[in-house]
Design a protein around this ligand. Structure first.
Ligand code: ATP
Length: 473
């Protein structure tokens, strides 16, 4: 892993953002826990997504479906039969790899060495083999390309096998009655099976959307790159139901809207790019990713897919329940088409963290801080009495009382003011509010700004409005 990512992982752990899961037992691969500041940041990101979806669009409503679903759901969605990754083991190191990722990495190497076409040909060859389900062909490709295991350095590979990414478990207390159910690998299906419930009870008219935030689980073979690829993660998905034939216009519209959203979060334009899929999943008639330049390269953060009527139609077939909508404007019954926007909350978190991480040298001294947009910063302001006496702590606590109902505030009186500023920089608090002796005389405080460390004098009654302004988009 590259050094910048290593620094970010270490920072996230040391300053209460993200820890490896069950760390005292040496962790659990690809599972992570969020700490005091991490959970605040994540909640802020989720809230922001939720509010832009459901509040700013009067035709989008929310839902919170269960993680467990009837097993037939996953038959209908295609996950039981085809939610697979091709995997391969190295016989010497006993390490398991995703066959397609090994080939993609080789192709990327070619491209890096100026052999772009050769890389592209390799990717095309792989796509053809996977399409034809020719797994031994994929293995031959790996061997012919001289792809070695990075651990053992050999090309002593096993067969390539398809590996289903869904976790399963049993419901029912008695063995005979137990049946296999899955932990949902995506939140979308909870929306599809509730399409008519929501449409009727919230009295929605096509076009309309349903938004959901919730956990999803995938038994990822390659679990790397910190919280980029996890086995338990959170998705934020919105399915937008439209009249057949209008889907590509809506697809374009959502692709633009979502790109704008990322820019509004403060992600620079040159760090974002749009990747249009050439090879489409069986259910899609258009698909793209919004990619961000992570320390390990441009990678998908969000997917926007035109899923046609694949899911609703399939649920209608399997459930034998009509999934049609009567459109009063054109006097017709139809199964709506769907545009979906799908983003991982954890990946969004990682993007935000990578984008905020600043480690720079100022006048010969190293300074590290997290430059979050104030709207998503875990803590909005730290209230700091200059000294622990002369009535300054009491005055500072009055300010905490006045602000804490609307903002996440920290009060801190230990250590020198400089040390306390540094600590707030490290967790990305945009404002430090210092209470000093002058405060007792004129009811003003100093606000110290995180990004440029500049200070200004502000009257206490103005603080609330100042924070409100800064913490909105
Ligand atoms: P990838 O190609 O990276 O595996 P995907 O194309 O399978 O992703 P989708 O099924 O489209 O991803 O899921 C939508 C979003 O959910 C992704 O853009 C990503 O933000 C998030 N996501 C998917 N898998 C994971 C994971 N294992 N860990 C964290 N986030 C994930």
């Amino acid at each position: 892993e590259n050094t910048q990512l290593k620094d970010i992982i270490a920072h996230a752990k040391e300053y209460g953002f993200v820890y490896p899961s069950s760390e005292i037992y040496d962790g659990l691969q690809a599972v992570y826990d969020y700490g005091a500041y991490g959970v605040e940041l994540k909640n802020n990101l989720k809230r922001l997504w939720w509010e832009t979806m459901t509040r700013l669009n009067d035709n989008i409503v929310g839902i919170d479906a269960a993680i467990f679903m009837h097993p037939t759901t996953w038959k209908a969605s295609g996950h039981v039969d085809s939610f697979n990754d091709p995997m391969i083991d190295n016989k010497d190191s006993k390490k398991r790899y995703r066959a397609d990722v090994l080939i993609e990495e080789k192709a990327a190497q070619y491209a890096q060495n100026g052999e772009k076409e050769r890389g592209q040909n390799l990717l095309n060859a792989m796509a053809r083999l996977l399409e034809a389900e020719d797994l031994s062909g994929v293995r031959d490709l790996i061997i012919n390309e001289g792809i070695f295991c990075p651990i053992s350095g050999t090309s002593n590979w096993t067969e390539v096998r398809q590996f289903n990414l869904m976790f399963s478990t049993q419901v029912g207390s008695v063995a005979e009655d137990a049946s296999t159910i899955y932990l949902r690998p995506e939140t979308a299906q909870g929306i599809f099976v509730n399409f008519l419930n929501v449409q009727k009870t919230a009295r929605m008219k096509v076009p309309f959307g349903i938004a959901q935030i919730g956990k999803a689980f995938r038994n990822e073979i390659v679990a790397r790159q910190f919280i980029f690829r996890m086995r338990e993660f959170e998705q934020m998905e919105m399915q937008f139901f439209v009249r057949p034939g209008s889907e590509l216009d809506w697809y374009k519209e959502w692709a633009d809207t979502r790109m704008q959203w990322h820019k509004a979060l403060g992600i620079p334009e040159d760090k974002l790019r749009r990747h249009d899929h050439e090879k489409l999943a069986h259910y899609a008639n258009a698909a793209m990713d919004i990619e961000y330049e992570f320390p390990f390269g441009f990678k998908e953060v969000e997917g926007i897919h035109s899923r046609t009527d694949f899911d609703l139609k399939s649920h209608q077939e399997y459930s034998k329940k009509k999934q049609q909508y009567f459109d009063p404007e054109i006097n017709q019954n139809y199964i709506p088409y769907v545009i979906e926007t799908s983003i991982g909350a954890d990946r969004l978190f990682l993007m935000t963290l990578c984008n905020a991480f600043v480690d720079e040298e100022v006048e010969g001294k190293q300074r590290t801080y997290l430059k979050f947009h104030p709207a998503i910063a875990p803590v909005k302001a730290a209230i700091l009495p200059l000294v622990k006496k002369d009535g300054l702590p009491e005055k500072a606590k009055e300010i905490v009382e006045a602000l804490k109902y609307d903002f996440n505030i920290i009060y801190e009186e230990a250590a020198s003011i400089g040390k306390r500023y540094t600590r707030q920089d490290l967790i990305g608090t945009p404002f430090c509010i210092a209470v000093d002796h002058q405060t007792l005389e004129d009811n003003t405080v100093t606000i110290r700004h995180r990004d440029n460390t500049e200070q200004e004098r502000v009257a206490i009654p103005e603080l609330h409005a100042r924070l409100s302004d800064a913490c909105s988009f």
